[in-house]
Design a protein around this ligand. Structure first.
Ligand SMILES: *Cc1c(COP(=O)(O)O)cnc(C)c1O
Length: 433
């Protein structure tokens, strides 16, 4: 099946009990065992089935199978948010004493997790100078457990050379973990380019309607944990917490995602609620159509802003002079995402004036909604970072990040146009004072 079809059919045919065609919401904590022996077989992971909804749930299971199919992975684990997925994804490979090598352009909260939270747990995160394979490779040593990058940086809009990063990671015996939230599998399937693990915030383009938080980890299933037994004993040696189970032997190519579930989801429990899974499944059914319109509207907005006399600069990977243009051709098939950043002439103050005058386009810190959204990172998502770190993450004081929705393009452009005109009037009034 192709992605458009997988988004509608993968992981579910019709409900075996009732023949319901829509995915049922299994609002249950637990599942009745047939007998003590049946329960024991489930707990020994000898038979497949459900025990307790912190481990797995039939509605969530459909979502996991669907996204795994769309990303070309062997299995997936859904979580209560994208941040929980990122935390599990990294923790599953890196323990105390290990390190992760990351590109510097990251989502604000991921940067906080990496720069402040993980180090206090003994996991060092090394930020490369830039996203080049050379800068990454320089920082890898025998304690490195993974290379991490966002496929398309939020909000920097940089596109990472996933193929080259995978090569560097693999040459050094570690997996490549990527956050594919901004691109979505509609535009980019990182596993096809060598990534080993793909993480999403399903809250964004996948769910698509700004109603539901969720995250997911997809396992590509190809990383040779057995060849790196010294670096990754957790997949190769008996797990005391699971009566001596060896993940690689028991789960084969699914060792990583199985351990994410039975160690991290089981003991930390950032579960996705069945109702949330249902809502996300509804969103995913239309993700291919929506992203097409997001991309088309994004291009028209980028062209409009670029031509506007009050716009100082615009960062949009679909413009031929963008430093990200070549990689957008290579990895996104030329379909730059509907995320872009730009600066209004007049710096921070003009940027804020413009931001406050938007009407249709909403001032929020979300992306990937059907609604057009705008964010001023320096006063919100990246506020906790020192200015030099903000700059490295692609955030200037005046930067406005747009996530263009699927409203009619004329209405989006009209709102931008009136906000820019009002900014010019307000700025000249300030200048006259
Ligand atoms: C939003 C976002 C996250 C965090 O996801 P939540 O669902 O909000 O926890 C992580 N990475 C990227 C790139 C994001 O845009």
């Amino acid at each position: 099946m192709r992605l458009e079809t997988q988004a509608i059919h993968s992981g579910f045919d019709a409900d075996p009990a009732t023949r319901a065609l829509a995915v049922p919401i299994h609002q249950t904590a637990a599942y009745a065992f047939e007998s003590a022996d049946h329960a024991a077989a489930l707990f020994d992971l000898e038979v497949e089935g459900f025990r307790y909804s912190r481990i797995s749930n039939p509605t969530v299971d459909v979502l996991e199978k669907r996204v795994a199919a769309m990303e070309g992975g062997v299995g997936a684990l859904a979580t209560g948010s994208g941040q929980a997925a990122l935390y599990y994804a990294v923790s599953c490979v890196a323990d105390h004493g290990g390190n992760i090598v990351s590109t510097p352009q990251l989502y604000g909260t991921t940067h906080t997790l990496f720069a402040y939270v993980l180090p206090r747990q003994g996991i060092e995160v090394r930020f490369a100078e830039d996203a080049s394979p050379e800068a990454i490779e320089k920082l890898i040593d025998r304690n490195t457990r993974a290379v991490f990058s966002e496929t398309v940086g939020n909000p920097a809009g940089n596109i990472c050379d996933i193929g080259a990063l995978a090569e560097v990671a693999h040459r050094n015996g570690v997996p490549l973990i990527v956050d594919n939230t901004v691109a979505s599998p509609v535009l980019l399937r990182p596993i096809e380019h060598g990534a080993d693990v793909v993480v999403h915030s399903l809250t964004k383009f996948m769910g698509g309607h700004g109603t539901t938080l969720g995250g997911i980890i997809v396992d590509g299933g190809r990383f040779p944990w057995g060849e790196q037994a010294e670096r990754f004993p957790q997949f190769n040696l008996p797990d005391e917490s699971y009566h001596g189970l060896v993940y690689r032997e028991h789960f084969g190519e699914r060792a990583y995602i199985a351990r994410c579930r039975s160690v991290f989801q089981r003991t930390m429990g950032a579960v996705l609620a069945p109702m949330s899974a249902f809502l996300l499944i509804q969103g995913i059914e239309t993700v291919a159509l929506r992203v097409e319109r997001h991309v088309e509207n994004g291009r028209k907005v980028a062209d409009f802003l670029r031509a506007h006399p009050l716009v100082e600069w615009i960062n949009y990977a679909g413009h031929a002079d963008s430093p990200h243009y070549a990689l957008a051709q290579k990895y996104l098939g030329g379909r730059a995402t509907s995320l872009m950043t730009f600066g209004v002439k007049g710096g921070m103050e003009a940027g804020k004036l413009f931001y406050d005058r938007l009407n249709l386009i909403k001032r929020v810190v979300n992306i990937g909604d059907v609604k057009s959204l705008a964010c001023h990172p320096a006063s919100t998502t990246h506020r906790q970072m020192p200015p030099d770190v903000q700059l490295k993450a692609g955030v200037r004081p005046e930067t406005i990040r747009l996530s263009i929705g699927i409203e009619h393009i004329d209405d989006i452009l009209a709102d931008l146009d009136q906000a820019l005109a009002a900014t010019a009037v307000a700025a000249s009034a300030v200048a006259a004072e």
